[in-house]
Write a protein that binds this ligand. Structure first.
Ligand code: ADP
Ligand code: MG
Length: 154
């Protein structure tokens, strides 16, 4: 889909959030400023978490409670090396019954889990973004086949 504002991207993420289940994993691909954190904000709104998602400067993981499901927001930009992902407890979070959303998932290198929903955000201009969903693994393939994240309110 194509969005023409940050609010449209948030609304798309907000609608997607309604479809997710405990343990789901979403990897957000896109350059700096593409809209990964903006997408995660809409996602938090959709889950109903009790704080606005922000772009963490120093923390690699921020947990948001109070919603339909817990949200684990990872920003791996500053991950020193892929070993650090174990220190962070990344794989433990995936077992804790929430939804994990990951910015800069390329930092995971060959530890990217086999089953995941990939969201690819490409900047097409100042406010235009192309958002592509790719489901990898049975559950996520079915999810992407069923979901239509066309523009619209959440
Ligand atoms: P990232 O986390 O990918 O580095 P951010 O979400 O922090 O990116 O920043 C994206 C910036 O682009 C924000 O300032 C946002 O307001 C702006 N923006 C403009 N148009 C859009 C759009 N269609 N979708 C998402 N963000 C947009
Ligand atoms: Mg970000």
């Amino acid at each position: 889909m194509v969005t023409l504002s940050a609010e449209e991207t948030q609304a798309a993420a907000c609608r997607l959030a309604a479809l997710l289940l405990p343990g789901d994993l979403i990897l957000l691909y896109g350059d700096l400023g593409a809209g990964k954190t903006t997408f995660t904000q809409g996602f938090g709104d959709g889950l109903g978490v009790n704080a606005r998602v922000t772009s963490p400067t120093f923390t690699l993981i921020q947990e948001y409670a109070g919603g339909r499901l817990p949200l684990y927001h990872f920003d791996l930009y500053r991950l020193a090396g892929h070993d650090e992902v174990f220190d962070l407890g990344f794989f433990d979070y995936l077992e804790r019954g929430g939804v994990a959303v990951v910015e800069w998932p390329d930092r995971l290198e060959n530890f990217v889990p086999n089953e995941r929903l990939e969201v690819r955000i490409e900047s097409k201009g100042e406010d235009e973004r192309r958002i592509t969903l790719v489901g990898i693994g049975g559950r996520y393939e079915a999810l992407v086949a069923a979901v239509e994240i066309e523009a619209g309110p959440c």
